[in-house]
Design a protein around this ligand. Structure first.
Ligand code: C5P
Length: 215
């Protein structure tokens, strides 16, 4: 039905955003990338040179974030590419650890999900944002595989970092996300865990669709 809510959580490089996007398209649901929201706030804070906790909270509370046709707009400006830059990867878990920022973004996320059916991906969707989601998936992949995916993604964009550097960056971000006090990154008890290591995208999409068809 039109108002299905599907939650997809997973660590960096688990393939969750690629999978979520395809799933949303197949099911005619809106895709909401919640990581992009934390990234957008981080981007604005860095760009304005205001990066104290107080500043970041202020920015989170006074910014408009809109998703439209696969793009993300911050205060009317398309920031889809900017928010994927390495300096955002480095700083985003700071933004995401601030309770007031989370409170604000979770409120916006729930509002979006209340208005239409969604596939939402992130770190706390099944646990906090949409605990009553119709389906919850938790995607994983081993660290080597996740680092390879991320490394290739960066290469494509012309960002030349060593594989080791990329891998350490992912490990550091996962650790920060899992150890923060407010809504730490973890699998919801009732989420279906799917290991995407050595599986191509279509295989994973099929697997998820099987669960959804079964009801
Ligand atoms: O999914 P993505 O890698 O773009 O997320 C970027 C960061 O945003 C994560 O490392 C995490 O710190 C934060 N995040 C979060 N909760 C979410 C989604 C993302 O804390 N629901």
């Amino acid at each position: 039905g039109k108002s299905l809510k599907i939650a997809i959580d997973g660590p960096a490089g688990s393939g969750k955003s690629t999978i979520a996007k395809i799933l949303a398209e197949k099911l005619s649901l809106l895709y909401i990338d919640t990581g992009a929201m934390y990234r957008a706030i981080t981007f604005k804070a860095l760009q304005s040179g205001r990066f104290s906790t107080k500043d970041i909270i202020d920015i989170a509370e006074n910014s408009q974030i809109i998703f439209d046709k696969g793009r993300i707009y911050l205060d009317g400006m398309d920031v889809t590419e900017e928010i994927r830059k390495p300096e955002i990867d480095e700083k985003v878990s700071i933004t995401a650890s601030i309770p007031e920022v989370r409170e604000r973004l979770v409120m916006l996320q729930r509002k979006m999900a209340a208005e239409q059916g969604v596939v939402m991906d992130g770190r706390d969707i099944g646990t906090v944002v949409l605990p009553d989601a119709d389906y919850k998936f938790f995607l994983t992949a081993n660290i080597e595989e996740r680092a390879i995916r991320r490394y290739n993604e960066l290469l494509k964009k012309g960002v030349f970092k060593s594989f080791q550097e990329v891998k350490e960056e992912i490990i550091r971000r996962d650790k920060n996300d899992a150890e923060r006090e407010c809504s730490p990154f973890k699998k919801a008890e009732d989420a279906v865990e799917i290991d995407t290591t050595d599986k191509d995208i279509n295989t994973v999409v099929k697997e998820l669709m099987e669960y959804i068809k079964k009801g």
